[in-house]
Design a protein around this ligand. Structure first.
Ligand code: PMT
Length: 402
C-alpha cells in the first residue's frame, strides 16, 4: 500500500501516454495521492479530463495558465511528492532533462525538484538506440534517475525492438519496490568517507591521489535514499552533496581520522570509500619551497590507518572497507578483510577500464569474512552503491536475529 505517499506522475507525448491512465488508476487503488503533470504533446494523446478523473485531482500542463493554487506552481509541484514517476518518458523529455532544459511545466518541475525520479522510457527502437538517447540515459542514471525498462517487443510504429514501455502493472510494482527498499536503513546512523586526502608539502603544494569522491558520494546518496541518517566525511572534491546528507569537510588523513573517531561510537554503519594517503610529509614548509636545480628529498611519515583503528575498536558497528588494488585483487582484498576486521570489503581493480578512480562506473567484488564473494559487473557507481545498501541491510538484519 502507498497510503502515506504522494506520487507525481509526469506524462509525456508518446503513444504509450494512454497507459498512464492505468498507471494512475493502479496507484490510486494502492491509496497513493497522485498529482499529474502532462506535457502539451501528451494532452493530444490522452485528455487531462481522463487523467483528472482517475487521479481524483487537478491535472497540470500549462506553465503560463491561471494557477490552481497561489504558489509558484512548478516549485510547489516539485517539492510536494515523495517520488516523481515519468511514464511514458519520451526521448525528447529525457534529452531535455539531461540538458537541464525547462521549457514546459513538466521539465520545469523536473529541474526544480530534489525528489527521487523514476522514468519509464517509451520510444521507437532506433530512437532508443541512438547514441544521443543512450548518452542522455547514462547521464541521468549518473544523476540518480532510476529507469524502469524499456521492454522489447511490438511497437506502435509497426516494428519490433527495444523501447516499448513496461506494462503499467510492472511500473507500479517498481514504484512499490522503491518504497519498500527505501526504508531498509531507516533510523540507522551511517558514516561514509569519500575523496582523496590532501597532505600539504608547503603552502602551495600537496600530495594526493586521483579519487574524485564519486564512489563515496554515491554511497552517501544511496544510504540516504534507504532512510539512514548520513554523515559524509569528505576530503576535497568537486561533487555536489546529496540531498539530506550532512557534509563534514576535511582535508588531511589526520583530520579524517579525528572526525571518523568522533562519530564512531554513535554509528551503526561506517563505509570507508575514501582514498586515504598512507603517508604525509614529516614537516610542512612554512614558505613555498624554492627551486634550486638540485634534487629535492621529502621525508614521509605514516598516517594513521583509519580503517585498521576502527576494526580494533569495533563494538556493534558494521564496518565496510574498500580495497583499491592494481594486482592480485582478490588475494589482497581477502588479506585486508582479516587485517582490518571488516564485515564487508568492496574490492576494485583500479587498472580496469570503467573501474576505480574518477570513472562514473565501477566493477567490484564484494567479499565477506566467511569467504562468500559477489562479483558485480560494470555498473554506474550509484547502482553499485544501492547494491551495497542491500548487502549492508542484510548484515544488519542477521545481526538483529543474533
Ligand atoms: O572517488 P572515486 O574517484 O569515485 O574512486 C573510487 C575509489 C577508487 C577511491 C574507491 O572505489 C576505493 O577503492 N576506495 C578505497 C581507496 C583506498 O585507499 O584503498 P586501500 O586499498 O589503499 O585502503 C583500504 C581501506 O583502508 C579503504 O577502505 C581505505 O579507506 C582505508 N584506509 C586506507 C589507508 C589509511 N591510512 N586509512 C584508511 O582508512
Amino acid at each position: 500500500m502507498l497510503s502515506d505517499k504522494t506520487i507525481l506522475v509526469g506524462v509525456t507525448g508518446g503513444i504509450a501516454a494512454y497507459k498512464a491512465a492505468e498507471i494512475i488508476s493502479r496507484l490510486r487503488k494502492l491509496n497513493a495521492e497522485v498529482q499529474v503533470v502532462m506535457t502539451e504533446a501528451a494532452t493530444r494523446y490522452i485528455t487531462p479530463l481522463t487523467l483528472r478523473t482517475l487521479a481524483a485531482a487537478p491535472v497540470y500542463w500549462d506553465l503560463f495558465g491561471e494557477p490552481k493554487t497561489w504558489n509558484v506552481e512548478h516549485i510547489a509541484l516539485a517539492q510536494r511528492p515523495d517520488l516523481i514517476l515519468i511514464a511514458p518518458a519520451t526521448a525528447n523529455t529525457l534529452a531535455k532533462m539531461a540538458a537541464g532544459i525547462a521549457d514546459n511545466l513538466l521539465t520545469s518541475v523536473l529541474l526544480a525538484t530534489d525528489k527521487p525520479i523514476l522514468a519509464a522510457p517509451a520510444m521507437n527502437h532506433h530512437m532508443y538506440h541512438h547514441p544521443a538517447t543512450q548518452a542522455n540515459i547514462a547521464l541521468l542514471k549518473e544523476r540518480s534517475v532510476q529507469f524502469i525498462g524499456p521492454d522489447s517487443g511490438y511497437q506502435a510504429c509497426g516494428t519490433d525492438g527495444d523501447g516499448r514501455m513496461k506494462e503499467p502493472a510492472e511500473i507500479v510494482a517498481a514504484v512499490q519496490a522503491y518504497f519498500t527498499g527505501i526504508s531498509e536503513l531507516r533510523g540507522k546512523k551511517v558514516l561514509v568517507t569519500a575523496g582523496g586526502t590532501q597532505e600539504a608539502i608547503d603552502p602551495v603544494r600537496y600530495l594526493t591521489n586521483r579519487s574524485s569522491g564519486r564512489m563515496g558520494y554515491a554511497i552517501a546518496q544511496a544510504m540516504r535514499e534507504a532512510g539512514a541518517e548520513v554523515s559524509l566525511i569528505s576530503a576535497p572534491t568537486h561533487r555536489p552533496v546529496p540531498a539530506g546528507v550532512k557534509l563534514i569537510a576535511v582535508t588531511t588523513a589526520v583530520e579524517m581520522y579525528e572526525e571518523v573517531l568522533r562519530g564512531y561510537a554513535d554509528a551503526d554503519v561506517v563505509v570507508k570509500a575514501a582514498a586515504v594517503a598512507d603517508y604525509r610529509p614529516d614537516r610542512i614548509a612554512a614558505q613555498k619551497i624554492k627551486k634550486t636545480g638540485e634534487n629535492l628529498q621529502l621525508d614521509l611519515i605514516p598516517n594513521p590507518d583509519i580503517l585498521l583503528e576502527l576494526g580494533k575498536r569495533k563494538t556493534r558497528q558494521i564496518l565496510v572497507g574498500f580495497a583499491a588494488e592494481t594486482e592480485d585483487l582478490i588475494a589482497q582484498a581477502q588479506a585486508k578483510i582479516r587485517r582490518k576486521n571488516v564485515d564487508l570489503l568492496v574490492a576494485n581493480d583500479v587498472t580496469q577500464e570503467g573501474a576505480g578512480f574518477e570513472s562514473p562506473t565501477n566493477i567490484v567484488s564484494i567479499l565477506y569474512p566467511d569467504g562468500r564473494r559477489k562479483d558485480i559487473p560494470r555498473l554506474s557507481k550509484i547502482e553499485i552503491a544501492r547494491i551495497l545498501v542491500r548487502e549492508i541491510a542484510g548484515i544488519l538484519e542477521e545481526k538483529q536475529k543474533e
